[in-house]
Design a protein. Structure first.
Length: 323
């Protein structure tokens, strides 16, 4: 097993920097009362710090354990590390200045910052696409965890790509340009009522939700497979990896369906906390269908064969032998 320090070092360096960034942002939340678009000015860089931390550690481990394409993936990972540092540095700088970093083209400086971020994000996406292909050559100890990592990588790539839906100016921005071209919220301007810390709109659609849910499939699906493996050592019904693999496949289908559902819900301008119509029924269908499919897998799945018991060794009876 490779030491943590032997993983992809540039990405682990990013992870260490994000720990520092997280602390800085937490202090900022405590001492700085300023807000941008209705959210504490340090909330956005805090969210990005934690997300980038998880992303960096995950890919550092994956790249270090690739059996093929490791050199190409290592180069791509190094480029990813640089792009992440650039993006987070600009986000922190904007927070310190008390302004927004994304979609801001109000001044030549703001335009230059946003253009730099857009380029770094595009480079990040292309390199992640390459490392995701490389992950398909990775074989982990069990088929369930291998499938979870591969499926999680693909869904995460889709989730990352959904960010581009936020970069087009809204019709309201085109009609009354105020220096902002792009928005998180669909149906209302950014800055309305939102969930604490996350800031996701509670009154309109919000494209940050599918972006977030999709991106973190790379952590959540493998974590689910790992938990199933742990449970399989304690419960016989999950001891066979074929059962665990089928459960991971069910979870992947439900997860992908959830990403699709919240994407179309956001594009329809409907708040995540007030689902209705097809989105409400779709959510229930995913939940109930997933539970029924999981129950069917467990009930009908193969069971490990019990170990044959060794027959007790016959010991001669000295008394009976003399009769």
């Amino acid at each position: 097993m490779k030491s943590v320090f032997a993983w992809h070092r540039p990405l682990m360096t990013v992870a260490a920097l994000m720990l520092v960034s997280t602390i800085v942002c937490l202090v900022g939340l405590l001492v700085d009362p300023r807000q941008v678009t209705g959210l504490d000015v340090w909330a956005k860089p805090l969210k990005f710090s934690i997300s980038i931390l998880l992303y960096s550690v995950t890919w550092a481990w994956l790249i270090a354990h690739l059996p093929r394409w490791r050199r190409t993936a290592h180069v791509a990972g190094t480029i990813i590390a640089v792009a992440l540092i650039v993006e987070q540095a600009l986000i922190l700088g904007a927070a310190a200045a008390g302004t927004t970093s994304h979609f801001n083209v109000s001044t030549p400086l703001a335009t230059g910052i946003w253009t730099t971020m857009a380029v770094s994000i595009t480079v990040l996406y292309v390199c992640t696409f390459l490392t995701t292909i490389a992950v398909f050559f990775l074989r982990l100890p069990t088929a369930s965890t291998t499938f979870a990592v591969r499926a999680g990588g693909v869904i995460a790539l889709v989730g990352m790509g959904l960010a581009y839906l936020m970069t087009s100016p809204t019709s309201q921005q085109l009609d009354d340009f105020q220096g902002i071209a792009g928005a998180h919220t669909v149906g209302l301007p950014d800055g309305g009522p939102g969930l604490p810390l996350l800031g996701w709109s509670t009154v309109a659609g919000d494209l940050r939700i599918p972006h977030f849910v999709g991106m973190h499939a790379l952590q959540l699906l493998p974590l689910f497979a790992i938990l199933l493996g742990w449970a399989g050592r304690r419960w016989r019904v999950l001891a066979d990896d074929r059962v665990r693999l089928r459960l991971v496949i069910v979870a992947t289908v439900v997860y992908a369906g959830t990403v699709a559902l919240v994407t179309f819900q956001a594009l329809a301008g409907q708040s995540i906390v007030r689902p209705s119509g097809v989105f409400l029924w779709g959510g229930w269908a995913l939940a109930i269908g997933g539970l029924l499919a999981a129950a069917l897998v467990v009930i009908t799945g193969p069971r490990p064969r019990p170990r044959p018991e060794t027959a007790p060794e016959l010991v001669p009876d000295p008394v009976g032998a003399g009769r």
